[in-house]
Design a protein around this ligand. Structure first.
Ligand SMILES: [Zn+2]
Ligand SMILES: [Zn+2]
Length: 245
């Protein structure tokens, strides 16, 4: 029975993998139900998503004068080297991410992961390893899937880099970050991740759907650097961004 189940899982992964990689497979646009091209979002709907403004911190992507680190990063530099966020967490992308995450819309992973390309149109430095932000086991059981893993899977295919979804574990549950103040967020996620193997000298890309303060990504990057990572880049689809102008 166990064997049968794991074979089914492999088969469904293979099917999804081949669909994800078939450029000729035209999909319906997630937003307008028109022709979404091979990535599942049409050009017009893609143009409706709010890009991260040029005036952002080069480290954590928070509001800052263009090219200058924000006050938080000047005070204490996060463990990740750069947080890449192509879009602001705003309508309609927030609705898409919500549907993907809580509506178990696994089919949306491919279209959403295509949005990472906006941040690095020429292709960023290829990571040695792609790692999803892990969910706590009980949260995973409740939700049924880890949205970060699905995005990381598609990201790894696009970057032609290996995915490792067993390297990191979340050892305790944490209250949702959105309800907490910035200082509480950092305390909330301290020591929450364990990296099980050494990653000496590797450049690691960590993937999540949304960044609020960046505290979760900071904590995971710190755990990876403790295990020898040479560089950690955090990638999210959207960042919560409050313009101060
Ligand atoms: Zn559309
Ligand atoms: Zn910053």
């Amino acid at each position: 029975m166990e064997n049968h189940r794991s074979r089914l899982a492999v088969l469904s992964n293979l099917t999804r993998h081949s669909l994800d990689n078939c450029a000729l497979f035209v999909q319906t646009c997630l937003l307008c139900a028109g022709d979404g091209g091979s990535d599942g979002l049409c050009t017009a709907c893609r143009a409706d998503l709010a890009p991260l403004p040029a005036a952002h911190c080069p480290i954590c992507a928070d509001t800052a004068p263009a090219g200058l680190p924000c006050p938080h990063c000047r005070r204490r530099r996060p463990a990740f080297d750069t947080l890449h966020a192509p879009f602001i967490y705003a309508w309609p992308l927030n609705a898409l991410i919500h549907a993907f995450k809580y509506g178990r819309r696994l089919d949306m992973a491919h279209a959403l992961s295509s949005l990472f390309a906006r941040e690095a149109p020429d292709g960023p430095v290829r990571p040695d390893l792609v790692v999803p932000v892990p969910l706590f086991a009980a949260r995973l059981a409740e939700r049924g899937f880890n949205q970060s893993l699905e995005l990381a899977r598609a990201f790894a295919v696009r970057m032609a880099a290996p995915l490792d979804d067993t390297l990191c574990v979340r050892v305790r549950n944490t209250p949702p970050q959105a309800r907490l103040e910035r200082a509480e967020r950092a305390r909330n996620v301290a020591d929450v991740f364990v990296v099980k193997r050494a990653v000496t000298g590797l450049a690691v890309a960590i993937i999540d759907d949304v960044a609020t303060s960046g505290a979760t990504l900071d904590a995971l990057a710190a755990a990876l650097k403790k295990q020898g990572a040479h560089r950690v880049d955090a990638w999210v689809l959207a960042r919560v961004f409050y313009s101060k102008t």
